[in-house]
Design a protein around this ligand. Structure first.
Ligand SMILES: Nc1ncnc2c1ncn2[C@@H]1O[C@H](COP(=O)(O)OP(=O)(O)OP(=O)(O)O)[C@@H](O)[C@H]1O
Ligand SMILES: [Mg+2]
Length: 241
């Protein structure tokens, strides 16, 4: 295994629901390297959000031979072992420090104005004030929205705020679930390019879900496509890359 792998998965699987309505996701092998931008693609229901939830440590795998994440520090964290030992506090800490997650549904807290939504992770982590938040607000052009609550924002504005919130604590790994799905094609490309630029500025690694294969290819993502499989009576998908 190369020294600069940020995500390493070997023989990881998770089943949701029960047969015949079950869905199984299998990952025989996946390695994502420092600085890479990877896109998970595939049709609706193929397990892209399930895959991100596993990577975001919000969904427990049923099995995981190897599941390790490396943050900005040097040592890889053995996530498989943390799940096995039910170390939920340690998992929450890894998630809070190392991962930024733009949820498919936005995920902003409705009772907090935009500014507080963006500052949530740095505040919870007791981080020193720095220029990053101002930089994100400036680059994502959301400075005029800071006092507004999420319900008073357009969907596109919410998506830009959600990106700022996910990056504000300088995570090593950004996960984004269709972060530009609600935007027109021109703005979708603009925001995705900006997201890539910010990820590179922050020395981070990005795994995003997208339906827009043309955009993914034109922006140079490494594409990992869902492969349908047969497993018992339910449906199943494999991601490998
Ligand atoms: N809690 C659950 N219980 C049972 N099945 C579930 C559950 N959550 C999701 N599923 C099923 O898992 C499969 C994968 O869902 P997932 O949300 O990961 O798909 P997706 O690729 O993100 O789809 P979309 O592009 O529509 O967002 C679907 O068939 C879905 O019905
Ligand atoms: Mg989804």
């Amino acid at each position: 295994m190369s020294g600069d792998a940020v995500v390493t998965l070997r023989d990881v699987a998770r089943t949701r629901g029960t047969e015949p309505d079950s869905f199984t996701l299998e990952v025989p092998s996946l390695t994502v390297y420092q600085g890479e931008c990877v896109a998970l693609t595939g049709p609706s229901g193929c397990g892209k959000s399930t895959m991100l939830d596993l990577l975001g440590l919000v969904l427990e795998p049923d099995r995981a031979k190897v599941f390790s994440l490396r943050g900005h520090g040097d040592d890889a964290i053995d996530v498989a072992e943390l799940w096995q030992d039910n170390r939920v506090d340690a998992l929450a800490a890894v998630r809070a420090v190392g991962i930024g997650y733009v949820l498919q549904t936005g995920g902003l807290l409705p009772f907090l104005p935009t500014r507080d939504n963006i500052l949530l992770s740095p505040t919870l982590l007791d981080m020193q004030e720095n220029d990053l938040v101002d930089h994100l607000i400036d680059r994502l052009r959301i400075g005029h929205l800071l006092r507004k609550k999420p319900r008073a924002l357009s969907i596109g504005e919410r998506q830009r705020v959600a990106i700022a919130r996910a990056l504000a604590h300088q995570p090593a790994l950004l996960l984004a679930d269709e972060p530009t799905a609600a935007l027109d094609p021109v703005h979708a490309i603009e925001v995705t390019e900006l997201l890539l630029e910010l990820v590179s500025d922050l020395d981070a690694t990005a795994i995003i879900v997208s339906h827009d294969w043309d955009m993914i290819r034109s922006l140079g993502f490494r594409e990992i496509r869902a492969v349908p499989m047969k497993r018992g009576a339910g449906s199943a998908t494999r991601f490998e890359g």
